[in-house]
Design a protein around this ligand. Structure first.
Ligand SMILES: [Zn+2]
Length: 646
């Protein structure tokens, strides 16, 4: 299928909203897997069949379609006549300079899109309940193919709009009939200087699969072919090392276990380092080719263009974090002192500082805590969330045999904002619930206040809503847990959130920018060059106390996000904006109202404009105004709080 540049830019592949936390997006705020090692080894045998999970702990898919037969019936109507699907779309070909025709076409187009999204959400939820169920897999395949056909059948729309001359296009933008579509058209219009003629566009579209080869190869190597030697605990016992168990081992108080997990995992990457370097090189070269073909200044500008984010937002983030690196150095030294270590290594960074404390909660108690925590956002917000979690069954709570791992929030305009969890009751699980509930409430409010076309929102703002709710939950838990050990555990969790989401992701962002710059200068990437740069960054970020083992130098080779094109910086800007908004909301009813307005705005403006309206200027490089600097001040306060606990 041919996907045109503007099509890719101005709307998502589907209009579905799926935001993942633990598991699916390893860099998301809640990524650390706090399973105890014993739990982890038992995990595979323990999973219960889905039929044993009580109905009240399963998401309410029946609200979407009462039976699979009802889904099938709707699907067959949507599928229509196989010979000419959606003939109503084709009628408008060649007529888009006429505002009336364009308006009717867009109504039709988004109407079909909306129906297919509903079908798609049901099929993907059912599939994720049981990844081994062939019927669900087949239904998911059917609707995915239909979506694909729909995209193919409508792929001419944006190129035709882009082929109009400037006067015609401006006339459309100004026309009263098209007022509901003005922002949508404006976004397409921005692509004009970077869109090629039809033949060239077709050629570029044909290169898509080949340009994606590095990413696919990395995934195959990383997820399927690569194996790791077992991690060995202090008793000499071996523990099977996988991507899933790695984070759990890094959080273990058993230092021998976390050390061998770290060393053995990275040794496998070192063994493939030439291949992995070529894969990164292939990825970067592909981006450079597209950036040049589309006449962008550089790869960074190309990547940030769709959300109208200036390159300065990216470079200011790096500058702000770098300004505050002494705080990270102080934290590393503090960690070393509290843990009583003579040397601190990278594998000592994730272990909780208060080792003999564990905060656990039943799922019902976690729901109560999350609902109580959002009280500052007002009764309407709280009421929606309470109903969703405790009555409407948004959430699929527990693990069952063959259920998708991790956690996400997903839904569409005509569904509930469903949440998938694999809840086990530890602190990370409780925060994952708050995180996903933040996404779901964002989705719900967007849907209640925006027309279909502007109800979905980009990741740039998504992570604000989810991490804001984590701050609310933290505030609530700190107010009810007075025990010093529990408090230190919570503060540690909060500090780790900022370390892993702002400092670490900015380190990644800086590395990512550098490798693209080298490619732009024509400098070949070699394992030695990448290792040297990565070590240099780790030295800068972690400071004089850290002891950098040689394995640290290959960490870049295992990060899947380096194949997702300047993506990670959004985790850092998202949490920074959330912290800044949270600070404002604590002291001002006006700020709280603006925050609700921000959530209700969906994707009706560019993300930076939405945030600015809520009171955060993510573009600012002024330390007094930059939300990144504000987050750094918060980090500093938290360190002071932590010191009081030990
Ligand atoms: Zn998220």
């Amino acid at each position: 299928m041919i996907r045109f540049f503007a099509t890719i830019f101005s709307r998502k592949l589907t209009r579905l909203l799926t935001f993942a936390a633990a598991g699916l997006f390893p860099a998301c705020g809640n990524s650390s897997n706090a399973l105890k090692i014993n739990d982890l080894e038992k995990e595979t045998q323990m999973a219960v069949p889905r039929s044993k999970i009580p109905v009240e702990d399963r998401w309410n898919v029946e609200a979407l379609y009462s039976t699979e037969a009802a889904w099938k019936e709707d699907f067959e109507i949507a599928q229509g006549n196989e010979a000419v699907r959606w003939p109503e779309l084709g009628e408008y070909k060649g007529r888009l300079s006429d505002p009336k025709a364009l308006s009717t076409l867009l109504d039709t187009y988004f109407g079909i899109d909306r129906k297919l999204s509903k079908l798609h959400v049901y099929a993907h939820l059912r599939m994720d309940e049981d990844l081994g169920n062939d019927k669900f897999k087949s239904d998911y395949g059917l609707i995915s193919t239909l979506f694909y056909d729909f995209q193919h059948a409508s792929a001419w729309i944006e190129p035709e709009l882009l082929s109009l001359d400037d006067i015609q296009f401006q006339k459309l933008l100004a026309h009263a009939e098209l007022k509901p579509y003005r922002f949508y058209l404006e976004k397409i219009g921005r692509m004009r200087p970077h869109t090629l003629n039809r033949e060239q566009e077709e050629l570029l579209a044909l290169s898509g699969q080949a340009l994606d080869a590095s990413h696919r190869t990395f995934n195959a190597l990383n997820n399927a072919d690569m194996t790791f030697a077992a991690a060995i605990d202090s008793q000499g016992k071996g523990h099977s090392l996988t991507h899933a168990s790695y984070m759990a081992y890094l959080r273990s108080p058993d230092r021998a276990l976390r050390k061998t997990a770290f060393i053995n995992l990275h040794k496998s990457f070192e063994a493939h380092i030439n291949t992995l370097c070529e894969l990164i090189q292939g990825q970067v070269q592909g981006r450079l080719f597209l950036a040049k073909a589309r006449k962008f200044e550089d790869c960074l500008e190309f990547a940030l263009f769709p959300n109208q984010v200036e390159s300065a937002v990216y470079t200011n983030l790096i500058a702000s974090v770098r300004r505050n690196l002494p705080l990270m150095h102080e934290y590393i030294a503090l960690r070393k002192k509290i843990l009583g270590l003579s040397e601190i290594h990278v594998y000592d960074l994730s272990v909780p500082l208060a080792a003999d404390v564990e905060i656990k909660m039943s799922y019902r108690d976690a729901c109560k805590a999350v609902v109580a925590s959002v009280a500052p956002l007002g009764e309407t917000y709280q009421g929606h969330l309470r109903k969703g979690l405790m009555q409407d069954r948004w959430v699929d709570v527990y693990e069952n045999a063959r259920k998708r791992s991790g956690a996400y929030s997903s839904g569409c305009y005509d569904s509930m904002p469903y949440i998938l969890l694999n809840y086990q009751g530890n602190l990370n699980d409780i925060f994952t619930l708050a995180h996903e509930a933040g996404h779901s409430m964002h989705t719900l409010l967007s849907k209640l206040h925006q027309p279909y076309i502007y109800s979905s929102y980009p990741i740039f703002v998504a992570e604000v809503a989810s991490t804001f709710n984590e701050q609310l939950l933290m505030g609530h838990l700190k107010s009810v847990m007075k025990n010093k050990k529990e408090l230190s555990y919570l503060i540690n969790h909060q500090i780790e959130g900022i370390r892993s989401t702002i400092f670490r992701q900015t380190l990644f962002a800086e590395f990512e920018l550098q490798i693209h710059r080298w490619a732009e200068e024509g400098r070949p990437l070699t394992p030695a060059l990448l290792k040297e740069k990565y070590l240099e960054l780790c030295r800068d970020y972690y400071g004089p106390d850290i002891v950098l083992d040689e394995e640290v130098a290959v960490e870049w080779a295992r990060i899947p996000h380096f194949y997702t094109n300047f993506y990670v910086y959004q985790y850092a800007t998202g949490l920074s904006a959330a912290l800044a908004l949270y600070e404002k909301a604590q002291n001002s009813a006006d700020a709280r109202a603006k925050y609700i307005e921000f959530l209700s705005s969906g994707g009706s403006r560019y993300p930076i404009d939405l945030l600015a309206k809520a009171g955060v200027d993510i573009r600012s490089s002024d330390p007094a105004l930059s939300p990144v600097d504000a987050a750094m001040r918060r980090f500093s306060q938290l360190m002071e709080e932590l010191k009081q606990c030990f």
